[in-house]
Write a protein that binds this ligand. Structure first.
Ligand code: GSH
Length: 355
């Protein structure tokens, strides 16, 4: 799957390639209406199969990675687990497929995967010409650059004529080109399809810097031989709202994934977590009753059981629990919540009403 496509080229050519778009080769519905619905019922197919097929990276600690126990973990993995919990009352009913940046959209469009939960930025063209339906953002991010501490590089301007490693098929590659063009800075892009080769090339000193989503740099820095010898520059090159996605054309399935993600934030807002959920079983609060499915029939509208949100929280936890165990201050990544805090605490996470 993960074929190396190393391109070490001079800047103008690679900028021209980037301008063609990191999503090339993945477009669907090239007719005049790219959003023509595809007649599918993915939710039913998943239920019949008894297992969700989830596309992840598998190469990013904190997001999706295979741990020493041989099991996948990470915030992206927990989104897959939450969907499986909602469908099957079993978070383990998931088969994971590792996908690099270039492969990910095709896998969704061809139906190889049911859900893409893989540090993917929501953009206009991915919504339209690539034919994706994004669920709510699970991690608000931005692009950054990592350099060696002893390099003396302090900003993008210091990267003039330097080699910068990046992964192809990403917004990363495009944003770097935009930012350098905006500043009229010449640089040498060194791009690969494979994340391990991207970071190994940087680590071997063949690139002066490596660029990716800031969270991915924090994540991959933990895998470098001497993490502390590397520094992530403060300057952000873009906004990267990372969200799960499904193939366009199946509103019911899209709604399922969307409301599973909202349920994670809503549970945190309501103060319901995996440890205390039992205490809410007899709650008199109508909002909590609807959320847990002890009253009303919100789940049925999604083709799920009315207790779908309770299943998610019971098995996977609320957003805060997921964040803390994968990315929080007690983990190697040690990422402060920042924008990924609930709106009630100054962040951007906000669930519409469960009503
Ligand atoms: N969020 C950006 C970048 C996503 C991306 O693929 N980043 C790379 C660079 S760290 C990555 O995660 N690769 C993992 C892999 O190929 O498995 C996008 O959606 O284009």
């Amino acid at each position: 799957m993960r074929k190396l496509a190393c391109l070490l080229m001079i800047s103008p050519l690679i900028v021209a390639l980037s301008a063609c778009g990191g999503d090339s080769g993945t477009r669907i519905n090239t007719d005049s209406n790219p959003t023509t619905p595809v007649n599918r019922n993915i939710g039913n197919a998943v239920k019949t199969r008894g297992q969700l097929i989830c596309g992840v990276s598998g190469e990013l600690p904190g997001f999706s990675f295979v741990g020493t126990d041989g099991k996948y973990n990470g915030i992206d993995v927990d989104v897959c687990r939450a969907v499986a919990a909602a469908l099957f009352d079993n978070p383990d009913a998931v088969e994971y497929r590792n996908l690099n940046a270039k492969e990910r959209f095709t896998a969704l469009q061809t139906g190889e995967i049911d859900l893409l939960s893989r540090n993917t930025s929501w953009t206009l063209s991915r919504d339209t010409s690539v034919g994706l339906d994004f669920a709510p953002v699970v991690f608000y991010d931005g692009q950054a650059i990592m350099v060696r501490k002893n390099s003396g590089i302090k900003s993008l301007n210091d990267l003039k004529d330097k080699a910068i490693c990046a992964q192809t098929g990403t917004t990363t590659e495009q944003n770097l080109a935009d930012q350098m063009r905006k500043r009229s800075i010449n640089y040498k892009p060194v791009v690969f399809e494979d994340i391990n080769i991207t970071f190994a090339t940087y680590s071997e000193g063949r690139c002066d810097g490596v660029t990716a989503d800031r969270s991915a740099l924090v994540s991959r820095r933990t895998t470098l031989p001497k993490p502390d010898d590397n520094v992530i520059l403060d300057e952000l090159l873009s906004s990267e709202p990372l969200a799960p996605a499904v193939a366009k054309g199946d509103p019911q399935w899209s709604n399922v994934v969307k409301w599973v993600v909202y349920a994670l934030a809503k549970a945190e807002e309501l103060g319901i977590n995996s440890q205390n959920i039992a205490q809410f079983a007899n709650s008199n609060d109508p909002e909590i009753k609807r959320f847990l499915g002890t009253e009303g029939n919100l789940g049925e509208g999604l083709g799920l059981t009315n207790d779908f949100a309770a299943r998610i929280v019971k098995h996977v936890g609320n957003y805060g629990e997921i964040y803390d165990r994968n990315l929080g201050t007690k983990t190697k990544l040690n990422l402060p919540r920042g924008q990924n805090q609930l709106y009630t605490k100054g962040g951007l996470l906000y669930s519409p009403p469960f009503r």
